[in-house]
Design a protein around this ligand. Sequence first.
Ligand code: DGJ
Length: 475
Amino acid sequence: MKIGKGRKKMRNKQRKSSALGSDAGCGSSLSCIVWSLVGFGLVCFIFLKHQADSGQTHVYFSPLHATRELEDIEEDHFRLPPPHKVNPRAVKRRGPRKQPKVIDDYLEESSAVHALFFPDQMTAVDPTKGGNDSMYFYPGRVWLDTDGNTIQAHGGGIMYDHKTARFYWYGENKDGPTYQARPKGTQRVDIIGVSCYSSKDLWSWTHEGIVLRGEPSNVIHDLYKSKVLERPKVIYNDRTEKYIMWMHIDDANYTKASVGVAVSSSPTGPFTYLYSFRPHGCESRDMTVFKDDDGMAYLFYSSRDNTELHVSPLTEDYLQITAAMKRILIRRHREAPAVFKHQGTYYMITSGCSGWAPNRALAHAAESIMGPWETLGNPCVGGNRFYRLTTFLSQSTFVLPLPGLSGAFIFMADRWSPSNLRDSRYVWLPLFVGGLADEPLDYSFGFPLWSRVSIYWHKKWRLPEDWKIANTANT
Ligand code: DGJ
């Protein structure tokens, strides 16, 4: 209706202005229209030609309408099953507790609470089957690849590759037994490697193999199976035409606290492992890399016992860090950084530090990527309070911009299953930037006013029906 009215107004306006036009002596109104059309056609031609030459992706519809329903607030009032009878081995491990907390219950694989949020294989999202569920994301369900195997890409990130016109999802392959390296140590899986999956539509993923493998026998190698490789992220270097992977490298006790770098000439690997180091001599645990529109790339890492984050520009070839470094979010105890940008402002989602247990996400914003970074508040919208305080029972890993949908992103997170890490799930939800933030935690005399970052809960959701990317250089 509104659109109809708007159009009517527009038509009236046009009528007025064309009448004005003839009064103002445009010669003949017919030739005026003809020349306008010629001019418009020329502009369109130049624009399309430029897009085709640069091989850019584009989408064919109006973003606002397409994403509106994803911004609907969806409530989800589940009833939690009665507290779990604690298994005696777990009591021995962590000592007796008066009141079992819901989260503790949730973390025990055998509990009914756990089963509620880790639905079984029967409900798996399966791209090989068509039907009504086709193209729907179901946060928390098992997600199969195009061979029918469970996707193993935890703590991952996605890179869009212009050359092949495909998205590539890289993540930890945790398809091994979970164990504790020492009695009170964190649950872990031996390093298998980094899996890679490719997709054109972000829903149906083809396994491209393990593109960086764990090392089975050389005990001093960084990737030796009993060590730690987490949160791999890949960016493409336009100058060297190489794909560069950065990752968290650690020992089983998380005391090495370093970043590792690997390189490949193809998005599907194999990646050659180069080295690990402590950036600026500082501890580095959860990390990410962010490639800016000007080609500069940056490393973000949790440091100083996870009490703060550091940000450092990478060298031109993305293989090292530069001397510059800024400490940000000091004393905030944040990890799992996922950085993105919208209309010149940088944003970041982080989690608190509670091992594999979920906690409250925070959104942050900055005018300059090197800071200062301000905290906006909890971005989670909808669901229920329990969900919002636990990031929908998940932890951030990456935020993917949706080409052609300005201000729309996919928030990617992990729903960890610490007692059986290979069964950890993916929580993907629409994230939007827009409007003014209503819950800024930092006040700089009210300036600047940041846009709101919102992650909307949906039990099931899909990308707008017409959303498709075409790469003119490759079609
Ligand atoms: C939280 C981190 O975000 C994960 O990547 C992993 O390192 C776990 N801690 C281990 O407890």
